[in-house]
Design a protein around this ligand. Sequence first.
Ligand SMILES: *Cc1c(COP(=O)(O)O)cnc(C)c1O
Length: 366
Amino acid sequence: NNLNLNPLQRGGVLPVEARKALYEFSEGYSVCDYCAGRLDEISKPNIKGFLDDLANFINIDHARTVHGAREGKFAVMHALCKPGDTIVVDGNAHYTTHVAAERAGLNMVEVPNTDYPQYEIRPESYKEILEDLSDQGEEVSLVLLTHVDGNYGNLTDSSSIGQIAHNAGVPLLLNCAYSMGRMPIDAKKLNADFVVGSGHKSMAASGPIGVLGLKEEWADIILKRSDRHAVKELEMLGCTSRGAPVATLMASLPYVIERLKNWEEEVVSTRKFVDKMEQIEGVKQLGIRPTKHDLVRFETPILDKIAEKHPRRGFFLYEELKKRDIVGIKRGQTKWFKCSIYGFTQEQKDYIGESFTEIVDKYDKK
Ligand SMILES: *Cc1c(COP(=O)(O)O)cnc(C)c1O
């Protein structure tokens, strides 16, 4: 019954259909009754049809489910690059990009963000880095971009960055963990060769499950079959997500397709929420302004000031919010926080904004 502001969880809330699927397919191999050797070709339940729908949903040629966005990134890196290869990644990349690259033995060159207060990733910066590397005679195997990052909720210009990568002869892997399922994704328009998404983060699935989409021209490499087990796809280790994780994602897709229609409104109400929050003196939104995503990060020196004198110190915010049935802000954190009001009713959104104002007013007696 609590209102959870943790951005990580706002896009993963299950609709009723998915809760039913979770129960129905709770056994691990429950989708495998009619399998003829390929998970992605099972027609009952209709995984095959679902993967086609998923590919259409993000406008790309092939889709597979994997265990998370990270496994999707690793599969692409592993199939496409050799250990010692160089890849270019954005300075706002998620840690899973770093560990996937490390596991694949790759060197990462980072494209810096614009630093405080916007932390923006600019196409020009990608161009510069790629030109520098080319001048040094360094070959780049893959360019990676975080479509929307998890620290600032900055939406990047994938279309331009994809073009820049292609001009340098390098494919683009777009990490849509925070975008696919929340906002419309058109991989072709975004100039992405590969996209990954996260079912449990942004596609209303129980997970763990991710989505990997790829263009036809890369299918031979990424979907290469085993020599020994002729039907099994190597990077998928034969079979990927089965049972409840894939069943809930399947059950949720129609709901997710429907909710994307509200994306513009979600952004508008997030901007209104930011305005309301910034009426509190000592609260400021970081990242791109006005925001283009539901994840917003605030720096909150006023909360820090209150914490200094409050008997509960840094815990006061968490506890005051909890009294109001609001959760999802890390305990003890007052210098800054990130949050999302995605998917709440307008009434709930207003209530959340008012609660913050009330809490600051209560303690910040000038
Ligand atoms: C959450 C997140 C991930 C990890 O997603 P999984 O599906 O859990 O692997 C990757 N990238 C970004 C930007 C994220 O925010």
